[in-house]
Design a protein around this ligand. Structure first.
Ligand SMILES: NC(=O)c1ccc[n+]([C@@H]2O[C@H](COP(=O)([O-])OP(=O)(O)OC[C@H]3O[C@@H](n4cnc5c(N)ncnc54)[C@H](O)[C@@H]3O)[C@@H](O)[C@H]2O)c1
Length: 383
C-alpha cells in the first residue's frame, strides 16, 4: 500500500515571491506532499490572497507564522507533518526552531540562517525534538550531479586534484535594490542576508556542490571579495581559493554582476585518471574525459540508465530545476516516514541537512575573514 501523502505548511512564498512557488510545484511532482496550511506573507491581505491561490482553507491560513504553528500543533490527526520555510535568510531560524519544538519536521531553503549562532540554535532544536531538518541545496537533487558523485566515490577519476566551481549571474549588475525589487533589497542588506552577499546567496550552493560531489572537506580558504554595485556593502563578486583535505585544490568564481550570465553554475572535477564536468544550464549531460581517450558525453537516462532513480523522464526529454527540487521532496518524504517507521527509511543520506547548513555559513565566515585579513584562513577559524 502506498504511503499516505505528507501534509505541509509553508512560511513565506506568498504572491510575488520567487522560490516558494517552485517548492510548491516540486512538492507535487511525485505526489508525496500536500499543502494544507500556511503563513505565506506577513501582510494579512497577501497571505489571504496567496492562500486562496493555493487552495489553503481560510482557517489554516495565517499572516503570523507563530499563529500558524500554534494552530497546527493544536489540531488532531490532520495536522501537518512538516513546515517549509521560504522566507528571507534572517527569518529562517525563529520559525524553524518553533516548528521543531512543536514537533514538526522542517524543510528550509538555503542558507540555513543569516548567522551561525542562529544555525546552531536550529541544530540544538532539531536534536532535542528528534525531528528532521532538510536544507534545499537544489543542485544535489540533479541526477547527473548524483552520478558525478558516484563516479568520484567509485574511483573513476582517480585521486582528485582540482575542483573548479563557478556560479555567475548578472541580475545585480545594476543597483536594483534601490528600486522596488524586494529580492534584491533583502539580499544586499547584511541584517537580512547575513555576512555574505553573493557568498551567502549562491556561494553556499557552489560550496555545497563541491563537497557533495567529491566528498572532500575544505581545510582553508583565501578570498577576494568585491562590492561593485554603488553603495553596496555586501559582496556581489568573489574570487576564492580552497584547499581540500588530501591535497586537492579548489577555485571558485561567484558573481551576480557578470553581464550575460544567467544562472551559470558549473563544476569540473579533475583527478589523476579522468575529469568530469557539469553545467546547470545543460543539466542532462556530463562531459567525461579519461586521460588519453576522447571526451564522451554521458546523457541522463541513456544506455545504462544513467542518473539512476533520480530520473523521471526518458532520455533526451530534458529534466531540470523542478525535478531536482522534486527529488529533494521525495527524499525528504522518505526521511520523514523513516522517523516513524525505521524500516521505511529511504535513500535520505544524500539529502542536505543541518551540518551542511552550518558548514555553508562557516565557509561564508571563513571567506569574509580571509578577505579582511588578506591571507589564508584555516577551517578551525571559520566563524
Ligand atoms: N534553492 C534555491 O535554488 C533558492 C533560490 C532562490 C531563493 N532561495 C532561498 O529562499 C529564500 C527565499 O528567497 P526568495 O527569493 O523566494 O525571496 P522572496 O523575497 O521572493 O520571498 C520571500 C517571501 O517571504 C515572505 N515573508 C517575509 N517575511 C515573512 C514573515 N514574517 N512571515 C511570512 N512570510 C514572510 C514574503 O512576503 C515573500 O513571500 C531565501 O533564503 C533564499 O536564499 C533558494
Amino acid at each position: 500500500m502506498a504511503a499516505r501523502r505528507l501534509r505541509y505548511a509553508m512560511i513565506g512564498g506568498g504572491p510575488g515571491a520567487m522560490i516558494g512557488p517552485i517548492h510548491r510545484l516540486a512538492a507535487r511532482l511525485d505526489d508525496r506532499w500536500e499543502l494544507v496550511a500556511g503563513a505565506l506573507s506577513s501582510d494579512p491581505a497577501r497571505a489571504a490572497r496567496g492562500a486562496v491561490e493555493c487552495r489553503i482553507a481560510p482557517e489554516r491560513s495565517h499572516a503570523d507564522w507563530r499563529a500558524l504553528i500554534a494552530s497546527e500543533a493544536a489540531r488532531g490527526e490532520d495536522r501537518i507533518d512538516a513546515v517549509v520555510i521560504v522566507t528571507p535568510n534572517h527569518l529562517h531560524a525563529a520559525p524553524a526552531v518553533a516548528a521543531l519544538e512543536a514537533g514538526f519536521h522542517v524543510i528550509c531553503d538555503k542558507p540555513i540562517a543569516a548567522t551561525l549562532s542562529d544555525a546552531l540554535a536550529i541544530e540544538r532544536a532539531a536534536h532535542a525534538a528528534k525531528r528532521a531538518f532538510v536544507l534545499t541545496h537544489t543542485y544535489s537533487g540533479y541526477p547527473m550531479v548524483r552520478m558525478m558523485r558516484a563516479m568520484v566515490s567509485e574511483g573513476r577519476l582517480g585521486t582528485i586534484r582540482t575542483i573548479q566551481l563557478q556560479y555567475a549571474q548578472d541580475w545585480l549588475a545594476r543597483t536594483i535594490e534601490t528600486g522596488d525589487n524586494k529580492q534584491a533589497a533583502w539580499r544586499t542588506d547584511p541584517a537580512r542576508s547575513g555576512a555574505g552577499g553573493a557568498l551567502g546567496d549562491i556561494g553556499t550552493h557552489a560550496y555545497h556542490l563541491g563537497g557533495f560531489v567529491t566528498g572532500l572537506q575544505a581545510e582553508a580558504v583565501f578570498s577576494d571579495l568585491s562590492a561593485f554595485g554603488e553603495g553596496r556593502t555586501l559582496d556581489d563578486n568573489a574570487h576564492i581559493l580552497l584547499r581540500y583535505a588530501g591535497g586537492a585544490k579548489g577555485m571558485m568564481w561567484l558573481s551576480q554582476i557578470a553581464p550575460g550570465k544567467g544562472n551559470q553554475l558549473r563544476i569540473g572535477v579533475y583527478g589523476s585518471e579522468a575529469g568530469v564536468e557539469w553545467d546547470q544550464e545543460n543539466p542532462n549531460q556530463l562531459r567525461y574525459t579519461v586521460i588519453g581517450a576522447p571526451s564522451v558525453t554521458l546523457e541522463r537516462g541513456g544506455p545504462g540508465g544513467l542518473g539512476g532513480d533520480a530520473t523521471r523522464t526518458p532520455a533526451h526529454h530534458p529534466e531540470g530545476y523542478l525535478e531536482a527540487f522534486a527529488q529533494l521532496y521525495s527524499d525528504a518524504a522518505d526521511l520523514i516516514v523513516g522517523f516513524d517507521d525505521p524500516d521505511a527509511s529511504g535513500q535520505a543520506s544524500m539529502l542536505p541537512g543541518i551540518e551542511d547548513g552550518i558548514e555553508g555559513l562557516r565557509f561564508v565566515a571563513g571567506a569574509v575573514a580571509a578577505h579582511a585579513a588578506e591571507r589564508w584562513i584555516e577551517r578551525t577559524n571559520w566563524g
